[in-house]
Ligand binder design. Structure first.
Ligand code: DX5
Ligand code: ZN
Length: 234
């Protein structure tokens, strides 16, 4: 993928109308979304339950958008093959979800999928520095995982900036995602810190006009942001 000059926007299906999921996916793709973010929760790793690979498989034929699957389940390892076979393009895991993050990332890559590591607000950067060579995406949680519609945690902005430096110093093509509380108001601070992919649930699916919502988040790029802060994976 060539470098982008605009952030990737990944609407989170968690905030969609669950009685009309296919239509919601089609609507956000038409509205200009880049990726579809799918939050998988098990009621154990996080205090909420959503859906599994069957839903990923059911939606796969209805969109060309890459499916960005965020696993909030523990253990994650026994289910990774099922999500890959269901049509996930990216599979991201929390380091706390299993004892062998390195092996988990190897497994995701071996299935031909992009591998991601997700950092909870209290999880330090050190938990992924030794597996950067196996990481295609890094996701910084700016809320505690489990629910949409929570308030953005500004305390995570220095972590995003530190990860930006780490990625740039590594020379690797790693996407830096931010998940939780993203709106047109909070987006500038995370883009300034170096994020390249913004995940937004409520701010997109809670809006009357999805296209206007996506456009306003994407347009929240602070003036003077250097274009080199836009690695895209690939
Ligand atoms: C939270 C999920 C997020 C959530 C974001 O556990 O990982 O993807 O859907 O929702 P908003 O954008 O409403 O904070
Ligand atoms: Zn998520």
């Amino acid at each position: 993928m060539p470098p982008l000059t605009r952030p990737l926007i990944a609407p989170s299906l968690l905030a969609a109308d669950f009685a009309r999921l296919k239509d919601e996916v089609i609507a956000v793709e038409r509205a200009g979304a880049d990726w579809l973010h799918l939050d998988v929760m098990d009621g154990h790793f996080v205090p909420n339950i959503t859906f599994g690979p069957l839903l990923v498989k059911a939606l796969r034929p209805h969109t060309k958008m890459p499916l960005d699957v965020h696993l909030m389940i523990a253990p994650a390892d026994p289910y990774i093959t099922a999500f890959a076979e269901a049509g996930a393009d990216h599979i991201s895991v929390h380091p706390e979800a299993g004892p062998h993050l390195h092996r988990t990332l190897q497994h995701i890559r071996a299935l031909g999928k992009k591998s991601g590591v997700v950092l909870n607000p209290a999880t330090p950067i050190e938990s992924l520095v030794n597996v950067l060579d196996l990481t295609d995406l890094i996701m910084v949680m700016t809320v505690n995982p489990g629910f949409g519609g929570q308030a953005f945690l500004t305390s995570q902005i220095p972590k995003i900036a530190a990860l930006r430096r780490l990625i740039d110093e590594s020379g690797r093509n790693i996407v830096l995602q931010v998940d939780g509380g993203i709106t047109a108001q909070t987006a500038p601070s995370v883009l300034q810190a170096g994020a390249t992919c913004l995940i937004a649930g409520t701010a997109v699916f809670g809006a009357a006009d999805y296209e206007a919502a996506i456009t306003s988040i994407r347009a929240a790029v602070p003036a003077g942001l250097p274009e080199l802060n836009t690695s895209t994976g690939g």
